[in-house]
Ligand binder design. Structure first.
Ligand SMILES: *[C@@H]1O[C@H](CO)[C@@H](O)[C@H](O)[C@H]1NC(C)=O
Ligand SMILES: *[C@@H]1O[C@H](CO)[C@@H](O)[C@H](O)[C@H]1NC(C)=O
Ligand SMILES: *[C@@H]1O[C@H](CO)[C@@H](O)[C@H](O)[C@H]1NC(C)=O
Ligand SMILES: *[C@@H]1O[C@H](CO)[C@@H](O)[C@H](O)[C@H]1NC(C)=O
Ligand SMILES: *[C@@H]1O[C@H](CO)[C@@H](O)[C@H](O)[C@H]1NC(C)=O
Length: 411
């Protein structure tokens, strides 16, 4: 008898440990290289350029690490981060090469595709690396477009996890004019322009008319940004309420639609939980919950539940998604919803308050589709809430009794 509460606990623990072990099975290039301080610069730039995350996502991969002194040569070129990313992505092969395989290449020479090739920014075959077995047991690496000169050679193998990831050291940087060609930096990614072209013009216009806000969005692009933009029809319907907010309130509402990290759709589907936003500041949480609902991804504030209805842009470090509701933060709209209405209020205002407080969570579960829908679309709409509140008053007791019975049964 006494053991029974412990049993589910140990099962949970077991599941948790299983979960841990399966997640640690996936490789983590940052962690692998951290054990080799002579590659700290290379490791650092894999993180800065967001290549580390891409490497971790892939299977069957070879990373050619360069030690700190060889990295200095690259850094002396003072390339912008985004160009650096292209150069470094030449060092990640979409195939597995352990030391043995490198020394036994069929026909003594092969071309292998790199992550630079995968970006689609590499013209022609400039994203390929030629690996050649040379005289004296050396293995040379050069761009596909080499003149028989292989400056970079295999030094040693650092980690081999066949056939997931191989990390090897090579003597020199691999580079090419194509990889070093200037590219549009992510800061050149104009969030407002991207949105305006694809059905989010109204939201984009709002950002533009609040220069402090659009500046904050722009500043966050480089380090990673996810934007949720309500579609034009949704914004247009919301405008009267938007205009009603103070200038600060308007800014916060707009900032509330950005998360200061990059999230692909896959990441949104797997990283359920509370998200801070660009509006978050100290005790003004301005957060919301991301949750899967079947194949949908929903965003739940305390006031409203929105669903992602499309992707406008998704390329690290920026992603922009369309949503079907304006996200209403509790910090701005809970107060509004609780304000006494100008319309004749139903008697017993304390009762009214009580039903209102619980309306979003409780009613969804109680299966009262009509009010909760109203609520989602228009949580600040005082009259809708009131109509509903008076309607619910009579059924309130029934619900309470039913809930009590359920609770008693559970206990
Ligand atoms: C990889 O390892 C680094 C350093 O140990 C850690 O900070 C980071 O969170 C890890 N990344 C993932 C995706 O687990
Ligand atoms: C690799 O480069 C060498 C030297 O330029 C060349 O002879 C060889 O054909 C190349 N290998 C492949 C597979 O293109
Ligand atoms: C390669 O990855 C798979 C799947 O994550 C894992 O089951 C396997 O143990 C890994 N192999 C090695 C050598 O780490
Ligand atoms: C984005 O483009 C618009 C229109 O071309 C321009 O007004 C705005 O300043 C640009 N924003 C940034 C951050 O470059
Ligand atoms: C704007 O605010 C006023 C005063 O709080 C309120 O009476 C009015 O209903 C609000 N209008 C909208 C559209 O929310």
């Amino acid at each position: 008898m006494k053991l029974s509460p412990a049993a589910p606990l140990s099962v949970t623990l077991l599941l948790f440990l299983l979960f841990l072990s399966t997640t640690t099975n996936a490789h983590n290039i940052t962690k692998i290289l951290a054990k080799h301080p002579e590659f700290s610069t290379f490791n650092h730039y894999l993180t800065v350029t967001h290549l580390a995350a891409e490497i971790n996502r892939r299977q069957t991969i070879t990373v050619c690490a360069i030690d700190n002194s060889a990295m200095n040569e690259l850094l002396e070129k003072h390339l912008p981060t985004y160009t650096l990313k292209n150069v470094l992505s030449l060092h990640v092969f979409a195939d597995y090469f352990g030391a043995k395989k490198l020394h036994q290449i069929t026909k003594g020479s092969t071309l292998t595709a790199t992550m630079f090739q995968a970006t689609g920014e590499a013209p022609g075959t400039s994203g390929y690396i030629n690996i050649t077995n040379m005289k004296g047991g050396k293995v040379g690496f050069a761009n596909e477009d080499n003149d028989g000169h292989f400056a970079a050679t295999f030094v040693k193998s650092l980690v081999e996890m066949p056939y997931n990831i191989s990390v090897i050291q090579i003597s020199q940087i691999l580079t090419s004019p194509a990889a070093e060609a200037p590219v549009a930096a992510p800061s050149d990614l104009n969030v407002t322009t991207i949105m305006a072209k694809q059905g989010c013009k109204a939201f984009s216009d709002l950002l533009k008319s609040h220069s402090d806000v659009s500046k904050t969005f722009a500043e966050n692009v480089q380090s990673g940004l996810t934007v949720f933009c309500p579609t034009d029809g949704v914004i247009n319907a919301f405008m009267p309420k938007f205009k009603n907010l103070t200038k600060d309130g308007q800014s916060s509402l707009l900032l509330y639609h950005g998360i200061p990290v990059y999230n692909s759709m896959g990441m949104l589907k797997s990283n359920n939980g509370i998200m801070n936003t660009l509006a978050t500041e100290g005790h003004n949480k301005y957060d919301f919950t991301i949750q899967n609902d079947g194949d949908d991804v929903t965003l739940k504030t305390k006031v409203v539940k929105a669903t992602i209805s499309g992707t406008l842009y998704d390329e690290e470090p920026l992603s922009v998604y369309k949503i079907d509701k304006v996200l209403l933060p509790r910090e701005l709209f809970k107060g509004v919803a609780e304000e006494p209405a100008p319309a004749p209020a139903p008697k017993g205002s304390s009762k009214k308050k009580k039903t209102k407080k619980g309306d979003n969570e409780d009613m969804e579960e109680d299966g009262a589709p009509e009010p909760s829908q109203e609520d989602d679309e228009d949580p600040a709409d005082e009259s809708a809430n009131l109509n509903w509140a008076t309607g619910v008053k009579s059924t309130g007791w029934l619900v309470t009794v039913a809930l009590s019975i359920i609770c008693m049964t559970i206990v």
